[in-house]
Design a protein around this ligand. Structure first.
Ligand SMILES: O=C(O)CCC(=O)C(=O)O
Length: 267
């Protein structure tokens, strides 16, 4: 499914777009799961929008309580896509992140990297971001700074829907640069024409952003499924908002565990 050139582009740029790779029946399954998850938010769920100004809902690890997410992970092509893009022999699932921006939501998803939010070290860490609605510039399109995953920097986590720093988190290399304030300084690529079935695959250290959803009636439901590959080890951190569990793992050792299950191996 994935050519060597595309895989190399993922390594070089930090992201690629895959068109029409998630079948309709899998999207229908996910749509049911999303409504259940939003109707019964889990312990890591967040609401970022102000009262009366749309809704920006996020949550993690939905497969643990909503069966449709587990079915989606088992039956959709996401594992093959992740493994082939990273050219890895093994995949550990470590998160599913639901990000729903309802019409009239002013909040952007502020520029950030994902890696400082994970208890992981390594480079073969991928998010597969899949929208269930058409995505345009004004409904929450995602942008990346090309190559920023190779800057060798880790920036302090922010609250992604509010923009302020997570004070409890590690400082790492300090706050991310002001990309929104000085966009001309960066090689920004925006995917402002996406259809349900398309998928953005990006590396954990690449800087990314998503626009507000200022449309009147277009939802922007998206799921980011996250896998770690061969070179990834467990890196405990003092504070990670989306990882409430403390797995019985060794720092610098393999992830394989109930929390980070092996979900794919090369045959
Ligand atoms: O969907 C969004 O608003 C942003 C996506 C994102 O930051 C992620 O999947 O890591």
């Amino acid at each position: 499914m994935i050519s060597e050139e595309l895989s190399q582009a993922w390594y070089d740029d930090g992201f690629v777009i895959l068109r029409d790779v998630i079948p309709q029946d899998m999207r229908d399954l996910l749509a049911v799961g999303i409504e259940k998850a939003m109707g019964n938010p889990g312990p890591t769920s967040k609401e970022y929008a102000e009262e009366g100004k749309g809704r920006f809902f996020t949550d993690h690890h939905m497969r643990r309580r909503v069966d449709e997410f587990q079915q989606f992970l088992d039956q959709s092509p996401v594992r093959e896509l992740g493994a082939q893009l990273m050219r890895t022999k093994k995949l550990n699932l470590f998160d599913e992140h639901l990000l729903v921006k309802e019409p009239g939501t002013d909040n952007p998803t502020y520029w950030h990297q994902d890696l400082p939010y994970y208890e992981l070290a390594g480079t073969q860490i991928i998010s597969l971001w899949m929208p269930l609605d058409p995505v345009s510039a004004d409904s929450g399109a995602v942008s990346f700074v090309r190559g920023s995953h190779r800057w060798g920097k880790l920036y302090q986590p922010i609250k992604i829907g509010l923009g302020n720093l997570v004070e409890e988190a590690e400082v790492f290399d300090g706050p991310a640069p002001d990309i929104a304030g000085e966009p001309e300084k960066y090689d920004i690529v925006t995917f402002d024409e996406m259809q349900p079935g398309d998928c953005l695959a990006f590396q954990a250290a690449v800087l990314h952003y998503a626009a507000p959803n200022t449309t009147q009636s277009t939802r922007r439901r998206a799921l980011s499924v996250r896998f770690a590959g061969d070179d990834v080890t467990w890196q405990p951190r003092p504070y990670i908002p989306s990882v409430p569990d403390t797995p019985d793992l060794v720092a610098g050792g393999p992830l394989d565990s109930e929390q980070y299950p092996v979900v794919w191996t090369a045959t």
